[in-house]
Design a binder for this molecule. Structure first.
Ligand code: FES
Ligand code: FES
Length: 205
C-alpha cells in the first residue's frame, strides 16, 4: 500500500514486469540487487563515480546508484542479466570474453552495459568531448581509441584492463557497423514486452 514515504511500483526489467513496494529513497541499484536478486549489477562507489552499476534505461546508459527506483517506473530497464539472447552472448559480451576485457570482473557488467550504450550513441551520431567535427551533417566520427576511451571514461576498472576493454568495444562496434550479429533493440515501452506473456512478478514487503 502507498504511504507518504513508500509506494508499490512496477519495474520492467529485461522484458519482465516486477511489482514491489519501495521506500521512495530506494535507489534503482538497491531495488535490483537487494529486492529483486538481480546481483549482476554491481555496487562500487554508490555515488555515481565508478560506473559499476551502469544499466540501460530505454536503451540509454545510466548509473543505477543515482536513480531512484520510483523514477524508473514506466521505463524499460536492461541489466547485464538481460543482454544475452538465451545462450547466445551479446556481441559486446563475446568481444570482452574473446579479448580478455576483464580480470576480476567486478566492473565488467557495468562496462558491458556502458559499451552497448556507447556504441549505440556513436551510431546515432552523438558526439563526445573529443569529437573534432560536431556538425550534424558530419555523421558519426571515426571510432578511434580516443573516442572509445572518452565514451567509456565513466567506467573505472581497478584491475586496469583498459587496453583490452578498448579493443573489445572496437570489435563489437565493428560488428554492429557490419550488421553482424547485433541484436535488435531491446524492447522499448512503446514496443511491448521483449518476452511476450511475461507475467508481472510480485515481491513481498
Ligand atoms: S556504484 Fe554507481 S557509479 Fe559507482
Ligand atoms: S576487471 Fe577488475 S575492476 Fe575491472
Amino acid at each position: 500500500m502507498d504511504s507518504p514515504t513508500s509506494s508499490v511500483i512496477t519495474l520492467r526489467i529485461n522484458g519482465e514486469a516486477h511489482t514491489l513496494p519501495v521506500d521512495h529513497r530506494t535507489t534503482l541499484l538497491d531495488a535490483l540487487r537487494e529486492r529483486l536478486d538481480l546481483t549482476g549489477t554491481k555496487k562500487g562507489c554508490d555515488q555515481g563515480q565508478c560506473g559499476a552499476c551502469t544499466v540501460l534505461l530505454d536503451g540509454r546508459r545510466t548509473v543505477a546508484c543515482l536513480q531512484f527506483a520510483v523514477a524508473a517506473e514506466g521505463r524499460e530497464i536492461t541489466t547485464i542479466e538481460g543482454v544475452a539472447d538465451g545462450d547466445r552472448l551479446h556481441p559486446v559480451q563475446q568481444a570482452f570474453l574473446d579479448l580478455d576485457g576483464f580480470q576480476c570482473g567486478y566492473c565488467t557488467p557495468g562496462q558491458i552495459c556502458s559499451a552497448i550504450g556507447a556504441i549505440e550513441e556513436h551510431a546515432a551520431g552523438l558526439p563526445s568531448a573529443v569529437t573534432r567535427d560536431i556538425r550534424p551533417e558530419a555523421g558519426p566520427p571515426p571510432l578511434t581509441d580516443d573516442e572509445i576511451r572518452e565514451r567509456m571514461s565513466g567506467n573505472l576498472c581497478r584491475c586496469g584492463a583498459y587496453v583490452s576493454i578498448v579493443e573489445a568495444v572496437a570489435r563489437a562496434a565493428g560488428a554492429r557497423q557490419d550488421g553482424r550479429s547485433w541484436p535488435a533493440d531491446e524492447a522499448r515501452p512503446d514496443e511491448g514486452p521483449a518476452h511476450p506473456g511475461a507475467a508481472a512478478k510480485e515481491v513481498a514487503v
